[in-house]
Design a protein around this ligand. Structure first.
Ligand code: ADP
Ligand code: NI
Length: 203
């Protein structure tokens, strides 16, 4: 485990650590295979498409060859690479991959980390990295019918709330994650109310 942890440092390690902890918690509650969930959570962002020219296979391939090299059997390696391939958000109107219970757990944990106070911080950080503005009042949120549209969209970070973050609560797979999501969701709603109120200088 130590070895895997060290191997994934550098690229947003804190996100990975939080997803790992949340995923373990959900896995226990939902009686999923803890080993598969742990390894998939630790490796889920090993080679994100956003940093590999939109290539959705970069992550599963990197994780698969790493695990086989470490001596994990092909069966469990395949289960883990399927999870890494399947969990990523590809647009609000794009069909999701079919996931097994362990995949559902890791996807939920990844999505939990995209909402609430942490989710808000990550969204503004990502928006800044992309050079996006925080808010443009007359720019409406978009519907993304394909992964290409989502990937290439030029949005504001406030619009990202409507294009993804506020949708995640109802997209949670497990009851445990739905419960965790409720509170984080209502915090984001409160945050948006405050944001608009300050934007409009209601003082
Ligand atoms: P996931 O881990 O679910 O695949 P991503 O890797 O797509 O999430 O995104 C990483 C973080 O950046 C998430 O918190 C996500 O909500 C945020 N993010 C993604 N796209 C945008 C965007 N266009 N504007 C602001 N934040 C974004
Ligand atoms: Ni992630």
């Amino acid at each position: 485990m130590e070895k895997l942890s060290n191997d994934s440092t550098g690229h947003d390690w804190w996100h990975t650590e939080r997803v790992y902890k949340v995923a373990k918690h959900i896995a226990r509650e939902e009686k999923a295979d803890i080993f598969i969930v742990e390894i998939a959570a630790l490796l889920h962002d090993i080679a994100d498409w956003k940093f590999h020219e939109g290539n959705l296979e970069a992550g599963p391939e990197a994780a698969g060859s790493f695990l086989l090299k470490e001596g994990l059997d092909p069966g469990r390696t395949g289960k883990i690479t399927n999870i890494i391939r399947g969990i990523s958000f590809k647009g609000n109107n794009v069909e999701n991959n079919e996931l097994d219970l362990e995949g559902k757990v890791v996807q939920d944990a990844d999505r939990i980390d995209a909402i609430g106070a942490i989710g808000i911080a990550r969204a503004f950080a990502y928006g800044g990295y992309k050079g996006n503005q925080i808010y443009i009042p007359d720019l409406n949120p978009a519907i993304h019918n394909t992964f290409e549209e989502y990937k290439n969209s030029n949005t504001t970070t406030i619009n990202h709330f409507y294009e993804k973050l506020l949708l995640l609560k109802d997209l949670m797979n497990t009851r445990t994650a739905k419960r965790i999501a409720e509170e984080r969701h209502s915090f984001m709603q409160t945050y948006l109310e405050k944001f608009y109120s300050e934007w409009n200088v209601n003082i």
